[in-house]
Each structure stands twice: as C-alpha cells, then as structure tokens.
Design a protein around this ligand. Sequence first.
Ligand SMILES: O=P(O)(O)OC[C@H]1O[C@@H](O)[C@H](O)[C@@H](O)[C@@H]1O
Length: 247
Amino acid sequence: MSNLNNLISERNIKALILDMDGVITKTAVLHAEAWKKMCDLYLKQRGKEEGKEYKPFDVVEDYREYVDGMPRLDGLRNFFKSRGITVPEGKPDDEAGENTVVGLGDLKNLYFQEMLKQNGVVVFEDTITWVKVQQEKGLRTAVISASKNCLDILRSAGLTNLFEVRVDGMVSAELKLKGKPAPDIFLEAAKRLDVQPQEAAIFEDAWAGIAAGKAGNFGLVVGVDRTNNKELLEENGADLIIKSFTE
Ligand SMILES: O=P(O)(O)OC[C@H]1O[C@@H](O)[C@H](O)[C@@H](O)[C@@H]1O
C-alpha cells in the first residue's frame, strides 16, 4: 500500500476534501497567466505615471507566494502590496479595468474566462481515478476552491457529479467565509460531509491551503506538489507530500 493509503487507514480518515485548481484540474496555469496579464498592464501604466519601473508579475514565484489558493481580491491586494502599491478598493459596480481592487479583479477574471474558453479544462486523470477508488471504499468526498469559476470549470471537465459536496468562491462569498490561510472553507466542507476535521484529509497545492488545513486541525494534510513546490508546502506543515496520486 502507498504511504498515502497507509496514513488514511492508520488515521481513520473518513472523508477527503480536495482543492480544485492544481489538484483536480490543470487550471492553476491559466490563473497565473491571467494574473500576469492584468498585473503587468497595471504596473506598466502606474510606473509610467510615477516615472518608476515595477518588477513584472512572475508566474511561478509571485503566483505561488501572493495569489495561489486565495480569494481573487485578497490575492490582488497581496500582490500589489509586495510592490509597495495600495490600490483603492472601489465600488461593487466598478467596470472591469478601472484602477480599483474591484475593477482590476474583474479584468483579471475576464482574461481568465477568455483563456478558459480558448484552452478548455484539462484534468489530472490520476486524481480522478484515485478519488473514484476511494469512493468505492466508502470514503466521502468534497471539492473546495477559492474560485468563483469553480462550478463552470467542473462543468467543462464533466465533473459536476463526482463530489458529494462543493464549497467554492461563490458559496464562500454567500456565507462570508474567510479565505485561506483561514480554515473556514475546509471546515464548512467537513460540516457538510458530516465529519469532524480530525476524520478528514485535505489535499492542497498552495501554501495557503496547507496552512488552512493545519489551522483547522485536520486529520491529514497532504501537499500535492505538481510544480516543484515541496519546500513551501513543508514549511507550512504538510504531513505528507505527493507528486501524484499514482505514487
Ligand atoms: O478569480 P477566481 O476564479 O474567483 O479565483 C480565485 C483564486 O482561486 C484559486 O483557486 C486560485 O488558486 C487562484 O489563482 C485564483 O486567483
């Protein structure tokens, strides 16, 4: 038996809660590209106005550190703060592209949706196969995501019915759940699956998700390292790191 399967049985895990972007679907790269397009446009324009040159968005380092796994607007504030920039918050009806947190967030989302249309959704087959095997063994399963595009992505991938429970960016906004690294989204999924956090394993590719799993006292916190990100996942307390579900 693999390390992962051993831990699941040793720790008496009854439910699995998986993050979507980067664990189930290959959509993290599209998010990173959309972030870069929006951020670089704004940094260039702002730099010109201020007679400064800002370091462009790095799709590996900046994505990982500041936006991966977090709600859209939290990520936006985090990234610009890293460049010493405070963007005005704006109003909920700001147009996409206005120079506010709301307007720039909407612009990033437009870019993301265009990229999604062009590229379609590709899934990590190893995840899907493994989840189905665990479900046959009787484990309960949930998908979580900070993304407000989660349901559309699951639909495009033909995965709407795979998980019993979904707690995504839309649900989080409705319930006013705090974003990762706060544990709220995982705790809500556990509640809906009717298990205690100690009885659930969480699967995450982002440091913020691992930190959320630890903060929520989950029975098993697994880092899914698809992009050579082992150190950051370890630093944040992952109990186990896997590169794929076929290990
Ligand atoms: O902008 P959305 O689709 O609501 O997604 C919010 C965040 O969702 C997370 O799942 C992604 O890791 C982030 O890259 C993304 O920014």
